[in-house]
Write a protein that binds this ligand. Structure first.
Ligand SMILES: Cc1cc2nc3c(=O)[nH]c(=O)nc-3n(C[C@H](O)[C@H](O)[C@H](O)COP(=O)(O)OP(=O)(O)OC[C@H]3O[C@@H](n4cnc5c(N)ncnc54)[C@H](O)[C@@H]3O)c2cc1C
Length: 321
Protein backbone atom coordinates (compact mmCIF):
# COMPACT_ATOMS: atom_id res chain seq x y z
CA UNK A 1 0.00 0.00 0.00
CA UNK A 2 1.25 3.48 -0.90
CA UNK A 3 2.60 5.32 2.13
CA UNK A 4 4.84 8.20 3.25
CA UNK A 5 4.94 11.84 2.24
CA UNK A 6 7.74 12.69 -0.15
CA UNK A 7 9.16 16.08 -1.02
CA UNK A 8 11.24 16.83 -4.10
CA UNK A 9 13.84 19.09 -2.47
CA UNK A 10 15.04 21.43 -5.16
CA UNK A 11 18.59 22.76 -5.07
CA UNK A 12 20.25 25.14 -7.48
CA UNK A 13 24.02 25.34 -7.69
CA UNK A 14 24.10 23.28 -4.50
CA UNK A 15 21.84 25.69 -2.56
CA UNK A 16 18.64 24.25 -1.16
CA UNK A 17 15.70 26.36 -2.29
CA UNK A 18 13.46 27.87 0.40
CA UNK A 19 10.41 26.19 -1.09
CA UNK A 20 11.96 22.77 -0.36
CA UNK A 21 12.15 23.64 3.33
CA UNK A 22 8.63 25.09 3.31
CA UNK A 23 7.33 21.84 1.80
CA UNK A 24 9.13 19.76 4.43
CA UNK A 25 7.14 21.71 7.03
CA UNK A 26 3.77 20.89 5.49
CA UNK A 27 4.89 17.29 4.76
CA UNK A 28 5.74 16.88 8.45
CA UNK A 29 2.21 17.99 9.44
CA UNK A 30 0.59 15.62 6.90
CA UNK A 31 2.80 12.69 7.90
CA UNK A 32 2.16 13.21 11.62
CA UNK A 33 -1.59 13.18 10.99
CA UNK A 34 -1.46 9.70 9.36
CA UNK A 35 1.53 8.32 11.28
CA UNK A 36 3.82 8.07 8.25
CA UNK A 37 7.35 9.19 7.38
CA UNK A 38 8.59 12.30 5.60
CA UNK A 39 11.00 11.41 2.81
CA UNK A 40 13.13 14.10 1.15
CA UNK A 41 14.32 13.48 -2.38
CA UNK A 42 17.62 15.26 -3.10
CA UNK A 43 19.01 15.20 -6.63
CA UNK A 44 22.12 16.87 -8.00
CA UNK A 45 25.88 16.55 -8.23
CA UNK A 46 28.13 17.17 -5.23
CA UNK A 47 25.10 17.85 -3.06
CA UNK A 48 25.19 14.92 -0.57
CA UNK A 49 26.27 17.20 2.29
CA UNK A 50 22.86 18.91 2.13
CA UNK A 51 21.04 15.74 3.20
CA UNK A 52 21.63 16.34 6.93
CA UNK A 53 20.11 19.81 6.64
CA UNK A 54 16.90 18.27 5.29
CA UNK A 55 16.73 15.98 8.34
CA UNK A 56 17.00 19.05 10.58
CA UNK A 57 14.01 20.56 8.79
CA UNK A 58 11.79 17.53 9.33
CA UNK A 59 12.76 14.66 7.00
CA UNK A 60 12.87 11.17 8.54
CA UNK A 61 14.65 9.84 5.51
CA UNK A 62 16.61 11.47 2.69
CA UNK A 63 17.00 9.68 -0.63
CA UNK A 64 20.02 11.11 -2.42
CA UNK A 65 21.00 10.76 -6.06
CA UNK A 66 24.40 12.39 -6.48
CA UNK A 67 25.44 12.00 -10.11
CA UNK A 68 27.04 14.09 -12.85
CA UNK A 69 23.92 13.66 -15.02
CA UNK A 70 22.10 15.77 -12.44
CA UNK A 71 24.65 18.56 -12.22
CA UNK A 72 22.36 20.98 -14.10
CA UNK A 73 18.63 20.49 -14.37
CA UNK A 74 17.79 18.42 -17.45
CA UNK A 75 14.19 17.25 -17.53
CA UNK A 76 14.88 13.76 -18.84
CA UNK A 77 17.59 12.80 -16.34
CA UNK A 78 15.66 14.23 -13.41
CA UNK A 79 12.47 12.51 -14.61
CA UNK A 80 14.28 9.18 -15.00
CA UNK A 81 15.72 9.38 -11.48
CA UNK A 82 12.49 10.38 -9.72
CA UNK A 83 10.36 7.90 -11.70
CA UNK A 84 12.61 4.97 -10.78
CA UNK A 85 12.80 5.80 -7.08
CA UNK A 86 9.09 6.55 -6.77
CA UNK A 87 8.11 3.34 -8.60
CA UNK A 88 10.37 1.30 -6.31
CA UNK A 89 8.98 2.84 -3.11
CA UNK A 90 5.30 3.63 -3.75
CA UNK A 91 4.87 6.88 -1.81
CA UNK A 92 1.41 8.17 -0.99
CA UNK A 93 2.22 11.82 -1.75
CA UNK A 94 4.96 13.66 -3.67
CA UNK A 95 5.22 17.45 -3.34
CA UNK A 96 7.09 19.86 -5.60
CA UNK A 97 7.78 23.58 -5.49
CA UNK A 98 5.94 25.47 -8.22
CA UNK A 99 9.24 26.86 -9.51
CA UNK A 100 10.32 26.71 -13.14
CA UNK A 101 11.96 23.35 -12.37
CA UNK A 102 9.02 21.95 -10.38
CA UNK A 103 6.55 23.11 -13.02
CA UNK A 104 8.56 21.35 -15.69
CA UNK A 105 9.29 18.15 -13.80
CA UNK A 106 6.02 17.40 -11.99
CA UNK A 107 3.76 17.13 -15.10
CA UNK A 108 6.34 14.88 -16.78
CA UNK A 109 6.32 12.60 -13.74
CA UNK A 110 2.55 12.59 -13.43
CA UNK A 111 2.37 11.23 -17.00
CA UNK A 112 5.08 8.62 -16.38
CA UNK A 113 3.59 7.56 -13.05
CA UNK A 114 0.03 7.62 -14.44
CA UNK A 115 -1.35 9.82 -11.72
CA UNK A 116 -2.87 13.28 -11.25
CA UNK A 117 -1.20 16.57 -10.42
CA UNK A 118 -2.74 19.62 -8.80
CA UNK A 119 -0.73 22.75 -9.52
CA UNK A 120 -0.23 25.88 -7.40
CA UNK A 121 -1.89 24.63 -4.23
CA UNK A 122 -2.40 27.09 -1.41
CA UNK A 123 -3.48 24.56 1.22
CA UNK A 124 -2.77 20.84 1.74
CA UNK A 125 -4.63 18.69 4.25
CA UNK A 126 -5.09 14.97 4.76
CA UNK A 127 -8.50 13.37 5.27
CA UNK A 128 -9.01 10.29 7.45
CA UNK A 129 -8.74 7.97 4.43
CA UNK A 130 -5.29 9.21 3.42
CA UNK A 131 -6.64 11.39 0.60
CA UNK A 132 -4.65 14.55 0.16
CA UNK A 133 -7.03 17.50 -0.08
CA UNK A 134 -5.33 19.92 -2.43
CA UNK A 135 -6.82 23.41 -2.43
CA UNK A 136 -6.02 25.91 -5.16
CA UNK A 137 -7.56 29.05 -6.67
CA UNK A 138 -9.99 28.40 -9.52
CA UNK A 139 -11.96 30.50 -12.01
CA UNK A 140 -9.48 33.37 -12.07
CA UNK A 141 -9.01 33.19 -8.32
CA UNK A 142 -12.63 34.01 -7.54
CA UNK A 143 -13.12 30.77 -5.64
CA UNK A 144 -11.02 27.99 -4.16
CA UNK A 145 -11.38 24.38 -5.31
CA UNK A 146 -10.35 21.40 -3.21
CA UNK A 147 -9.21 18.51 -5.38
CA UNK A 148 -8.54 14.89 -4.44
CA UNK A 149 -6.92 12.06 -6.36
CA UNK A 150 -8.58 8.99 -4.84
CA UNK A 151 -7.82 6.36 -7.50
CA UNK A 152 -4.14 6.86 -8.22
CA UNK A 153 -0.93 7.06 -6.25
CA UNK A 154 1.18 9.00 -5.62
CA UNK A 155 -0.94 12.08 -5.05
CA UNK A 156 1.07 14.95 -6.48
CA UNK A 157 0.92 18.67 -6.11
CA UNK A 158 3.00 21.79 -6.63
CA UNK A 159 3.06 24.67 -4.16
CA UNK A 160 4.42 28.12 -4.94
CA UNK A 161 7.38 29.46 -2.97
CA UNK A 162 6.36 31.45 0.09
CA UNK A 163 2.89 29.93 0.46
CA UNK A 164 3.81 27.57 3.32
CA UNK A 165 5.68 28.56 6.45
CA UNK A 166 9.31 27.48 6.88
CA UNK A 167 9.69 25.07 9.83
CA UNK A 168 12.35 25.74 12.47
CA UNK A 169 15.67 23.91 12.10
CA UNK A 170 16.31 21.29 14.77
CA UNK A 171 19.90 20.12 14.78
CA UNK A 172 19.07 17.34 17.24
CA UNK A 173 16.79 15.55 14.75
CA UNK A 174 18.03 12.20 13.47
CA UNK A 175 17.16 10.63 10.14
CA UNK A 176 18.28 8.02 7.65
CA UNK A 177 20.28 8.98 4.56
CA UNK A 178 20.03 6.55 1.64
CA UNK A 179 22.13 6.84 -1.53
CA UNK A 180 20.24 5.71 -4.61
CA UNK A 181 21.66 4.26 -7.81
CA UNK A 182 19.83 4.97 -11.07
CA UNK A 183 19.85 2.95 -14.29
CA UNK A 184 20.35 5.78 -16.78
CA UNK A 185 19.06 5.62 -20.32
CA UNK A 186 21.31 8.14 -22.10
CA UNK A 187 19.60 7.50 -25.43
CA UNK A 188 16.51 9.39 -24.16
CA UNK A 189 18.43 12.41 -22.89
CA UNK A 190 18.65 14.30 -26.15
CA UNK A 191 18.78 17.78 -24.63
CA UNK A 192 22.24 19.09 -23.75
CA UNK A 193 23.02 22.37 -21.97
CA UNK A 194 25.38 24.28 -24.24
CA UNK A 195 25.62 27.50 -22.27
CA UNK A 196 24.06 28.94 -19.15
CA UNK A 197 23.25 32.65 -19.03
CA UNK A 198 22.16 33.86 -15.62
CA UNK A 199 19.39 36.44 -15.55
CA UNK A 200 20.55 39.66 -13.95
CA UNK A 201 18.12 40.53 -11.20
CA UNK A 202 17.47 44.25 -11.26
CA UNK A 203 14.98 44.20 -8.41
CA UNK A 204 15.46 43.10 -4.80
CA UNK A 205 13.59 39.86 -4.07
CA UNK A 206 10.23 40.87 -2.60
CA UNK A 207 9.74 37.33 -1.23
CA UNK A 208 12.61 37.79 1.23
CA UNK A 209 11.83 41.38 2.33
CA UNK A 210 10.83 41.83 5.97
CA UNK A 211 8.92 45.03 5.16
CA UNK A 212 7.05 45.70 1.93
CA UNK A 213 5.79 49.11 0.87
CA UNK A 214 3.23 47.98 -1.65
CA UNK A 215 1.58 50.33 -4.13
CA UNK A 216 -1.57 50.07 -6.19
CA UNK A 217 -3.48 52.18 -8.68
CA UNK A 218 -4.25 54.72 -5.94
CA UNK A 219 -0.57 55.74 -5.73
CA UNK A 220 0.09 58.49 -8.23
CA UNK A 221 3.69 59.20 -7.19
CA UNK A 222 6.10 56.38 -6.36
CA UNK A 223 8.97 58.55 -5.13
CA UNK A 224 7.77 58.72 -1.50
CA UNK A 225 7.20 54.93 -1.58
CA UNK A 226 10.88 54.35 -2.41
CA UNK A 227 11.93 56.82 0.28
CA UNK A 228 9.79 55.15 2.95
CA UNK A 229 10.97 51.69 1.87
CA UNK A 230 14.60 52.80 2.11
CA UNK A 231 14.16 54.25 5.59
CA UNK A 232 12.38 51.12 6.79
CA UNK A 233 15.01 48.88 5.14
CA UNK A 234 12.17 47.40 3.10
CA UNK A 235 11.33 46.93 -0.57
CA UNK A 236 8.70 48.36 -2.91
CA UNK A 237 6.17 45.85 -4.22
CA UNK A 238 2.90 46.42 -6.07
CA UNK A 239 -0.45 45.20 -7.33
CA UNK A 240 -0.82 43.84 -10.84
CA UNK A 241 -2.32 47.12 -11.92
CA UNK A 242 1.06 48.88 -11.80
CA UNK A 243 2.68 46.04 -13.73
CA UNK A 244 0.01 45.96 -16.44
CA UNK A 245 0.38 49.70 -16.94
CA UNK A 246 4.16 49.31 -17.28
CA UNK A 247 4.94 51.36 -14.16
CA UNK A 248 6.76 48.59 -12.27
CA UNK A 249 8.45 45.32 -13.13
CA UNK A 250 6.61 42.00 -12.79
CA UNK A 251 9.24 40.90 -10.27
CA UNK A 252 7.58 43.33 -7.84
CA UNK A 253 4.02 42.03 -8.31
CA UNK A 254 2.28 40.44 -5.33
CA UNK A 255 -0.60 38.04 -5.85
CA UNK A 256 -1.93 35.04 -7.65
CA UNK A 257 0.00 35.71 -10.85
CA UNK A 258 2.87 37.40 -9.02
CA UNK A 259 4.79 36.47 -5.88
CA UNK A 260 3.49 35.14 -2.58
CA UNK A 261 4.98 37.13 0.29
CA UNK A 262 5.06 36.75 4.08
CA UNK A 263 6.79 39.88 5.38
CA UNK A 264 6.71 41.02 8.98
CA UNK A 265 4.87 44.14 7.79
CA UNK A 266 2.93 44.74 4.56
CA UNK A 267 2.04 48.37 3.98
CA UNK A 268 -0.63 48.51 1.27
CA UNK A 269 -1.05 51.96 -0.28
CA UNK A 270 -3.90 52.58 -2.73
CA UNK A 271 -4.58 48.87 -3.21
CA UNK A 272 -8.24 47.81 -3.30
CA UNK A 273 -7.63 44.23 -2.06
CA UNK A 274 -8.91 42.13 -4.95
CA UNK A 275 -8.97 38.41 -4.12
CA UNK A 276 -6.11 37.76 -6.55
CA UNK A 277 -3.96 40.29 -4.69
CA UNK A 278 -4.94 39.02 -1.23
CA UNK A 279 -3.91 35.49 -2.28
CA UNK A 280 -0.31 36.68 -2.33
CA UNK A 281 -0.10 38.69 0.90
CA UNK A 282 -2.75 37.81 3.46
CA UNK A 283 -0.29 35.66 5.43
CA UNK A 284 1.83 38.74 6.21
CA UNK A 285 2.45 39.13 9.94
CA UNK A 286 1.02 42.68 10.15
CA UNK A 287 -0.93 44.51 7.45
CA UNK A 288 -1.44 48.26 7.26
CA UNK A 289 -3.80 49.52 4.57
CA UNK A 290 -4.15 53.10 3.38
CA UNK A 291 -7.05 53.81 1.07
CA UNK A 292 -9.44 56.72 0.43
CA UNK A 293 -12.37 54.30 0.21
CA UNK A 294 -13.38 53.04 3.66
CA UNK A 295 -15.26 50.11 2.06
CA UNK A 296 -12.18 48.81 0.20
CA UNK A 297 -11.84 45.02 0.75
CA UNK A 298 -8.18 45.41 1.78
CA UNK A 299 -9.45 46.72 5.15
CA UNK A 300 -10.97 43.28 5.88
CA UNK A 301 -7.50 41.73 6.11
CA UNK A 302 -5.71 44.77 7.57
CA UNK A 303 -4.57 44.93 11.19
CA UNK A 304 -4.52 48.71 10.89
CA UNK A 305 -6.58 50.68 8.39
CA UNK A 306 -6.11 54.36 7.53
CA UNK A 307 -8.70 56.14 5.41
CA UNK A 308 -6.55 58.77 3.73
CA UNK A 309 -4.64 59.73 0.63
CA UNK A 310 -1.80 57.24 0.06
CA UNK A 311 0.85 59.72 -1.08
CA UNK A 312 0.04 62.14 1.77
CA UNK A 313 0.50 59.36 4.35
CA UNK A 314 3.76 58.25 2.74
CA UNK A 315 5.11 61.81 2.78
CA UNK A 316 4.24 62.15 6.48
CA UNK A 317 5.89 58.82 7.22
CA UNK A 318 8.98 59.86 5.30
CA UNK A 319 9.29 63.00 7.44
CA UNK A 320 8.73 61.07 10.69
CA UNK A 321 11.23 58.27 10.04
C1 LIG B 1 -6.56 35.65 -13.30
C2 LIG B 1 -6.23 36.94 -12.60
C3 LIG B 1 -5.06 37.02 -11.91
C4 LIG B 1 -4.70 38.20 -11.24
N1 LIG B 1 -3.54 38.25 -10.53
C5 LIG B 1 -3.26 39.35 -9.81
C6 LIG B 1 -2.09 39.41 -8.99
O1 LIG B 1 -1.27 38.50 -8.96
N2 LIG B 1 -1.88 40.53 -8.26
C7 LIG B 1 -2.74 41.58 -8.26
O2 LIG B 1 -2.49 42.57 -7.56
N3 LIG B 1 -3.85 41.55 -9.04
C8 LIG B 1 -4.11 40.49 -9.82
N4 LIG B 1 -5.21 40.48 -10.61
C9 LIG B 1 -5.95 41.75 -10.78
C10 LIG B 1 -6.91 42.04 -9.64
O3 LIG B 1 -8.16 41.45 -9.90
C11 LIG B 1 -7.11 43.57 -9.50
O4 LIG B 1 -7.55 44.09 -10.72
C12 LIG B 1 -5.86 44.33 -9.07
O5 LIG B 1 -5.28 43.72 -7.94
C13 LIG B 1 -6.26 45.76 -8.74
O6 LIG B 1 -5.13 46.51 -8.42
P1 LIG B 1 -5.26 47.77 -7.49
O7 LIG B 1 -5.81 47.39 -6.17
O8 LIG B 1 -3.95 48.48 -7.53
O9 LIG B 1 -6.27 48.69 -8.31
P2 LIG B 1 -7.81 49.02 -8.05
O10 LIG B 1 -8.61 47.81 -7.84
O11 LIG B 1 -8.20 49.95 -9.13
O12 LIG B 1 -7.79 49.79 -6.67
C14 LIG B 1 -7.21 51.04 -6.48
C15 LIG B 1 -7.51 51.43 -5.04
O13 LIG B 1 -6.87 52.65 -4.75
C16 LIG B 1 -7.76 53.44 -3.97
N5 LIG B 1 -7.34 54.83 -4.16
C17 LIG B 1 -7.59 55.66 -5.22
N6 LIG B 1 -7.00 56.84 -5.04
C18 LIG B 1 -6.37 56.79 -3.84
C19 LIG B 1 -5.57 57.70 -3.11
N7 LIG B 1 -5.31 58.93 -3.56
N8 LIG B 1 -5.08 57.28 -1.93
C20 LIG B 1 -5.36 56.04 -1.42
N9 LIG B 1 -6.12 55.15 -2.08
C21 LIG B 1 -6.59 55.50 -3.27
C22 LIG B 1 -9.13 53.15 -4.50
O14 LIG B 1 -10.10 53.45 -3.53
C23 LIG B 1 -9.02 51.65 -4.77
O15 LIG B 1 -9.39 50.89 -3.66
C24 LIG B 1 -5.58 39.34 -11.29
C25 LIG B 1 -6.78 39.23 -11.99
C26 LIG B 1 -7.11 38.06 -12.64
C27 LIG B 1 -8.41 37.98 -13.36
Amino acid sequence: MAKNIWVFCEQRDGELQDVAIELLGVARELADKVGERVVALLLGHGISDKAKELVGYGADEVRVVDHKNLDKYITEYYAQAVTQIVKANDPSVVLFGATSIGRDLAPRLSARLWTGLTADCTKLEMDDNGNLMMTRPAFGGNLFATIICPDHRPQMSTVRPGVMKKPAFDKARRGEIINEEIKWDDSKAVVKIVEEVKEEKTVEKIESAKILVSCGRGVKDLKPAYQVAKKLKGTVSCSRCLVDTGVLDHQRQVGQTGKTVRPDAYLAFGISGAIQHLAGMEEAEYIVAVNVDKTAPIFKVANLGIVADAVEVMKHLDKML
